[in-house]
Design a binder for this molecule. Structure first.
Ligand SMILES: [Zn+2]
Length: 233
């Protein structure tokens, strides 16, 4: 499976939304409509309307989460007003670095063609778990292709800063660095990939390498190893 590498257009939109979320985090409303945009998927070129909300409390199957993506466009009072498009919600009062990762994680879902099926699967998982009177296990979520992509792609802006600051960005080094910095990333890499899922771990490392290569290319630091292999000059 190839990684999802967000376009500069999507990353710019995410920065604008992040600034808006921070500006408005002291508003009293429980649900704040931050904005909407049409995002073009870097995977298949399809356009999707995405509406962003910031919420006081955000839950998935009873468990507090930092971000969430729904299929369809929802109004502020919770009615689905459009079948197509996506609705993203992020939690209020997240520290900036966590808000940025949560936003990029969810925006990755909005442009991932596999996420629609996974959202349906997740719904079934939560219903099944509720019937069995247990929580949904994180490993059940990490097994989904759309989650395996989003947990790496959410680091794109962190990695851009790391490169600009001259930090080592080998895939293994990056994996260890963000296990320390992000509870969510640690859950995925440390709790799932590194415990009994070697193929998924290798895939995550490969995705990190591809994203770092692309960020280097965008920063104009010359050709990347993968480009040289493909014969570009
Ligand atoms: Zn996710």
């Amino acid at each position: 499976m190839e990684p999802i590498i967000l376009s500069e257009e999507i990353l710019t939109q995410a920065r604008e939304w992040q600034d808006e979320c921070i500006l408005r985090q002291n508003e009293k409303s429980l649900i704040i409509r931050i904005g909407e945009a049409v995002l073009v998927s870097p995977v298949d070129g399809t356009s999707n309307k995405v509406v962003l909300y910031m919420c006081d409390d955000l839950r998935n199957g009873g468990k507090s989460v930092k971000g969430k993506t729904l299929i369809g466009v929802y109004s502020v009072d919770g009615n689905r007003v459009e079948e197509g498009g996506r609705t993203v919600a992020v939690k209020k009062h997240l520290p900036p670095a966590e808000l940025r990762r949560a936003l990029l994680h969810e925006l990755t879902h909005t442009v991932d063609p596999t996420s629609e099926g996974d959202v349906q699967k997740q719904k079934e998982l939560y219903e099944q778990a509720a019937k069995e009177g247990r929580p949904v296990f994180n490993n059940e979520l990490y097994a989904m292709p759309s989650e395996q992509r989003a947990f790496v792609t959410m680091l794109m802006e962190d990695l851009r800063e790391d490169l600009a600051n001259g930090l080592a960005c080998g895939a293994g080094v990056v994996a260890n660095r963000y296990k320390e910095k992000s509870k969510e990333f640690d859950g995925f890499i440390g709790g799932y990939c590194q415990i009994g899922h070697p193929a998924e771990y290798e895939q995550a490392l490969r995705h990190i390498r591809q994203i770092v290569d692309e960020l280097r290319r965008r920063a104009g630091n010359g050709t990347t190893p993968s480009e040289r292999k493909r014969g570009h000059s």
